[in-house]
Design a protein around this ligand. Structure first.
Ligand code: COA
Length: 237
């Protein structure tokens, strides 16, 4: 199966609508917006992001089928990736390959991403592309009707270099390198612990999607002040 990215076409939108309104997909994504539920908001959303030159937006094709979409949005200092793959295409490496292709088109580093802590698929997709966990927070998830743990991940330039080195073919003639001796790290940092802030690595204080997240509304729908794919924060209630 060939995975490729192309510019969005009008004919993709009905497929996206069917994907984004899938309750199982919404549950997995967790932090959903009005455009996941309402066709009017959906149309407005796509019209807006398609006309915004700061948004890198692509349709994911699996062979010739529209499998989903992937995007990078936000200001140059806070570019964030997002992607959705329709359920009928899950588990076949579509998101992993689509993200790898997207990262070739977007040179900005660091890049950021957020995923629900229980979204094992998305966390794995990001990890395979070199994103590392840099934080965690609580966020209201409309699709769950409650607050959830959200994991924040970062792809740094150094990380991309390391990934590229790792992908180089290894020669069987070369002996394996001996394990480095373990030692206490400076600055009192623990030996391991991905959640510790790393000196020099930019930390976002709050995820874009939760920046203005409020308490749950009386009707249980929650008040979400979220940035959509354009990066503009709007209060959505
Ligand atoms: C998350 C999502 C993008 C994964 O798409 P996909 O095309 O099925 O992902 P891939 O096939 O590339 O899988 C990548 C890895 O994740 C694993 N994975 C995928 N779905 C998984 C799941 N539900 N549970 C556990 N692992 C999963 C795969 O086994 C694979 O691991 P491997 O490479 O080590 O074998 C897709 O399920 C989706 O769109 N979900 C809803 C929207 C969403 O969550 N978007 C991300 C918002 S943060």
């Amino acid at each position: 199966m060939e995975i490729s990215l192309r510019e969005l076409q009008d004919s993709d939108l009905p497929v996206f609508w069917a994907q984004l309104t899938d309750p199982e997909l919404q549950h997995m994504a967790a932090v959903t917006r009005k455009y996941h539920y309402d066709r009017g908001h959906f149309d407005q959303h796509w019209a807006k992001v398609r006309s915004d030159p700061s948004v890198l937006l692509r349709t994911i094709l699996a062979d010739d089928a529209v499998a989903g979409h992937a995007a990078v949005f936000g200001s140059p200092s806070e570019r964030e990736v997002t992607y959705v793959v329709g359920r009928s295409h899950w588990g076949r490496g579509v998101a992993s390959r689509a993200l790898a292709e997207l990262l070739k088109l977007e040179d900005t580093r660091p890049l950021y991403a957020d995923a629900a802590a229980d979204n094992a698929g998305s966390l794995r997709v990001l990890e395979k592309s070199g994103f590392v966990t840099t934080g965690r927070s609580r966020c209201f998830a409309r699709a769950r009707g409650q607050e959830i743990d959200l994991v924040h991940l970062t792809l740094s330039r150094a990380r991309r270099f390391t990934q590229a080195l790792r992908s180089l073919p290894t020669s069987p003639a070369l002996p394996a390198l001996p394990a480095l001796p373990t030692r206490q790290l400076p600055y009192g940092l623990p030996q391991s612990g991905a959640m510790s802030p790393v000196p020099g690595r930019p930390q976002r204080e709050r995820p874009r999607s939760c920046r203005q997240a409020g308490a749950a509304a009386p009707d249980g729908t929650g008040v979400e002040g979220v940035a959509d794919v354009t990066g503009r924060v709007t209060v959505d209630q």
